[in-house]
Structure formats: C-alpha cells, structure tokens
Design a protein around this ligand. Structure first.
Ligand code: CA
Length: 374
C-alpha cells in the first residue's frame, strides 16, 4: 500500500514536471505582438490535379499559368505543383481527390460530376444555354456564383470559374445531315446532356476515349464526333477524314472550374487568399482569349490545307427537334431534383433577359457589318 503511494507520488511529480516544461516552452516561444506582426509569411506549397494531360492546352493553360503567376506574386512563398492526368491517372477523379485533401486544388469541368449530382452540368454548359459573355454575367452578377457555392458546399469544396472554350463546334460528320431521318442510327461520340438529347432523336451515342477517336472515325466505327473547336480539333486531325464541320448548339460556353479544398483555403492568410482569387480570375479570362486566338489561326490553316471542308448548320427542323428534346430532358431532371430545378430556373430567367441585350449589341453589330459588305 505504502509502496503504491510512493509510486503514485512519483508519477504525479513526473507529470507535473512534464507539464511545467511544456508551459515554459510555450512561454518562451510565444512572440511579442510587434514580433508577430513582422514575422515572415509562412510558405505554402500546394498540389493541383487536373483532368487534362499537361500538354492539352488551352484546357491545361489556366492551372499552368496560375502556378507561375502565384509564385511571382508571392515572391516564391506560395507555390503550386501542377500534375496532369498522365501523372495521377485519375482524370475524372478530381472532385474526390480535392474533397479528400490529396490535392489542395484541382482543375476540371463541373459536368463530369453529373453522375453524382445532375445540377452540376449548368456550371459548365448545357445545350442551347448561354454564350460565354451571358454566362459570365450570370456567374458574377446574376446569382450563378451563389448557386455554385450551394452545389459544392456539401463536398467541402470551393468552386470558381476556370476558363471558357466559347461556342464549341457541333462536330465532324462524314455525311451531311439534311433531315431528322439522317440522325436515325447515326453512330456518334457526343458526351453529356447533348448525348442524351441526340439519343432521343435516334442517334446511337457512344463514348470513346480521346486517344481512339481519330481511328474510330477513320475506320467508320463512328460516323461523327464532337470535340471542341478548331484550336483543339486541329491537333486531333479530324479535318483530314470528315468533310462536314457543323456549327454549335450543345456546348455554347463550356466553363472549366478550379476546385479548392475548403480547409486548405481557410488556412491561407488574407494576403494569400487575395493573391489566389485574383490570379484565378486572371488566368480564367485568359483561357477564353487563348482559345479564341487559337481557333482563328487553326481555322485559317485547316481551310487552306483542306479547302473542301464545308461548314454546315443543322437544318431548322433538326434544330427544333433538338431544342424540344433538350427542354424535355431538363424538365424531366427538374421534376426529380430540386437543386437542378433551382439552377435551371435561374439560368432560364437570366438568359431570357441577357439574350435581348446580346441581340441588340453583339449580334446586330456583326450582322450589320456583314450586310454592309454584301
Ligand atoms: Ca465538347
């Protein structure tokens, strides 16, 4: 009994000394207020995973430029190591990896999460949706950011616009589409909601990995495909094997997204947050310009090398059927999913207002400029 008592006292003594030691150390290390203010900013090293391979510009451009700009702005104190899909091998796992914290930040497109959450499609682009100018106005001034925050909140992830492709082309077709009957049984690679719309019109929709697209079109495994627009299509070589290039309807303004782990963002100093937010906005705007300029040059080159390429627009009855099928698809999802309905209603009402101004301003300017030269 006495022996146990001594043992207990010894333990208490050791524990007390230990705590006293910790206390002393804390006191010694706590900086005085003036020292704290002058303390150098802590280094921040982040990793970014993107859906694209490191060479797939302009989609890969915003993250690559972000890393460069941020390092310069912070004097090397805030760095981001960018990993392409060739490294992490999880092109469509970006949301999960950022949510789980394996990567503090990611770059992808929201419509890839439609299997988890159908409402996510609206933050990229939807068939017959808004143009890039209209959609940016919706994001930043029309309530879009608030809806995107709400949609991503449950994943513990912040989502910010990350670059836009502008109007995507309707795709490369080996034969002309003159009527709805020509869509019947047509084998086409067209992903996402547009694929659902085309399937309703009798198209045999397939999804083929990018690396196999050229061969599939060349060998006739598919009759048509869509990719992006001249800037990116030219690298794939589709213009060498399909004569008809249809104008867009299905991805009028595909927006990429930066995804940021909420805890990692919250841990940043206000200065680093401001640098990150500003740099993201700058590289986001830059992608639209890079892709536009790339398409200007690529289209000129394609048309020179392959003068027989014909730019076509789907006939009006076909477009009307696509629009009806798209609206039916949206209303179907809206009936089952309140968040989908909320974002759909917001985009529909904003677009109604915004389109009036687009027609008065840009559309009329371009139309009258062309008519003047006729
Ligand atoms: Ca596309």
């Amino acid at each position: 009994m006495k022996k146990n008592g001594i043992k207990l006292l010894s333990i208490l003594f050791v524990v007390t000394i230990a705590f006293w030691g910790v206390g002393c150390q804390e006191q010694k290390e706590a900086p005085k207020p003036e020292e704290k203010a002058a303390a150098p900013e802590k280094m921040v090293k982040w990793k970014l995973a993107m859906t694209w391979s490191s060479t797939l510009t302009p989609l890969a451009s915003p993250p690559l430029k972000l890393a460069k700009v941020l390092e310069e702005m912070s004097g090397g104190k805030f760095t981001i190591r960018v990993e392409g899909s060739e490294k992490h091998k999880a092109a469509l796992g970006i949301l999960d990896m950022v949510k789980g914290g394996q990567y503090e930040i990611g770059h992808s497109a929201s419509y890839y999460w439609k299997g988890k959450d159908m409402a996510m499609v609206f933050f990229t682009s939807v068939p017959f949706g808004m143009t890039a100018a209209e959609q940016y106005a919706w994001f930043y001034y029309g309530g879009g950011m608030e809806l995107m925050d709400e949609a991503y909140d449950k994943y513990g992830v912040i989502s910010l616009p990350g670059g836009n492709t502008g109007v995507q082309m309707g795709g490369w077709f080996k034969k002309e589409i003159n009527s709805l009957a020509d869509l019947e049984g047509l084998k086409m690679r067209i992903p996402g909601l547009a694929g659902e719309v085309f399937a309703k019109l009798g198209v045999n929709v397939t999804n083929i990995p990018p690396g196999e697209l050229y061969t599939s079109l060349d060998r006739g495994t598919i009759d048509a495909l869509e990719w992006v627009g001249p800037a990116m299509d030219i690298k794939m070589g589709f213009h060498k094997i399909a004569p008809y290039y249809y104008t867009g309807w299905h991805e009028p303004a595909s927006e990429m997204q930066f995804l940021i782990n909420q805890e990692a963002y919250d841990a940043l100093t206000p200065e680093f947050k401001a640098m990150l937010d500003t740099a993201i906005k700058a590289v986001t705007a830059e992608m639209y310009t890079e892709n536009f300029a790339g398409s200007v040059d690529a289209w000129a080159q394609m048309k020179t090398e392959f003068p027989d390429i014909k730019v076509k627009t789907f006939p009006k009855p076909v477009l009307k059927a696509m629009k009806a099928a798209a609206d039916e698809t949206y209303d179907g999802y809206a009936a089952q999913d309140p968040m989908f309905k909320k974002v759909l209603d917001s985009q529909r009402s904003y677009m109604e207002k915004a389109r009036v101004w687009t027609v008065i301003s840009e559309y009329n300017y371009v139309k009258t400029s062309i008519e003047m030269d006729e």
